[in-house]
Design a protein. Structure first.
Length: 264
């Protein structure tokens, strides 16, 4: 996956993030470490790891065996030399790193391939890469910067509510989620992009300038889930989208105008 952070098509929905504590960046090797800091992620990646001896080596009679590399020898000196090879050391570190993720992550051990043992993810953009430097370069992308702006807005809002029961809510799409990163990814969905484009078009037709910094109107953090459509709920009582959006007229000229506006 490259740096193309274009709108998600209907068939390209980002994987649902089930962990509400997930941060901006994640290690995709252990699938456990997550942080908002690239520096902390770099330290995690470069940490020296170890395995219990019984998990990677064995001595059976006069045979020295490396379980990781399927290497066998009768000479202890040869075995010691093998353990210093780049191939062995890389696989050793990778296996130890994978095991940090616990039992649920051990399926990765069945598909280990020697190569770059670094696999990192930007949870805001669903972007994967194999180095901290490439991930750092990704963070300069203007679409990532927009995602981080919303992420920080939600972080600020959640400080005022009970984080264990809060939901993150898009008022334009009536979309809610328990993990704020799902809402961050939601803004790239076709539904949100079309609804936002329609909203801006209607504001333009009314002679109103669209607000530049209206995150507080569009994205909310509430203590309990928003109501179902047509159902009263105290969490969303009094909450309405900043501007009512009327259903679009079904005619080709309107569709052309909307597409033109979205392309601006």
């Amino acid at each position: 996956m490259g740096d193309d952070l274009s709108v998600l098509s209907a068939g390209e929905l980002s994987p649902y993030i089930s962990d509400p504590l997930a941060k901006l960046f994640q290690c995709a090797v252990c699938n456990k470490f997550t942080s908002d800091s690239l520096e902390a992620l770099s330290v995690h990646v470069n940490t020296e790891r170890s395995l219990p001896e019984e998990e990677w080596r064995a001595v059976i009679g006069d045979i020295y065996q490396c379980k990781l590399c399927n290497y066998n020898t009768q000479l202890k000196a040869n075995f010691q030399l093998h353990c210093k090879t780049d191939k062995h050391m890389q696989k050793y570190q990778l296996v130890a790193h994978i095991k940090e993720g616990g039992k649920a992550n051990e399926w990765r051990l069945k598909c280990i391939a020697i190569g770059n043992p670094v696999h990192l993810k930007c949870n805001a953009c669903d972007y994967y890469t194999n180095s901290v430097d490439k991930l750092r370069l990704h963070t300069t992308n203007h679409r990532h910067e927009g995602a981080v702006k919303l992420y920080k807005h939600l972080q600020k809002q959640e400080s005022a509510v009970n984080s264990e029961s809060c939901y993150y809510y898009c008022t334009l799409c009536d979309y809610s989620t328990k993990a704020k990163l799902n809402l961050v990814q939601h803004i790239r969905s076709v539904k949100h992009q079309q609804t936002e484009g329609l909203r801006k078009l209607q504001l333009h037709q009314q002679g109103l300038a669209p607000e530049e910094d209206n995150l507080s109107d569009l994205f909310l953090v509430k203590d309990c889930p928003p109501n179902e459509p047509g159902e009263y709920h105290p969490c969303t009582a009094g909450i309405t989208p900043p501007h009512h959006i009327t259903p679009p007229p079904q005619n080709p000229s309107w569709c052309t105008e909307l597409r033109t506006h979205l392309a601006m």
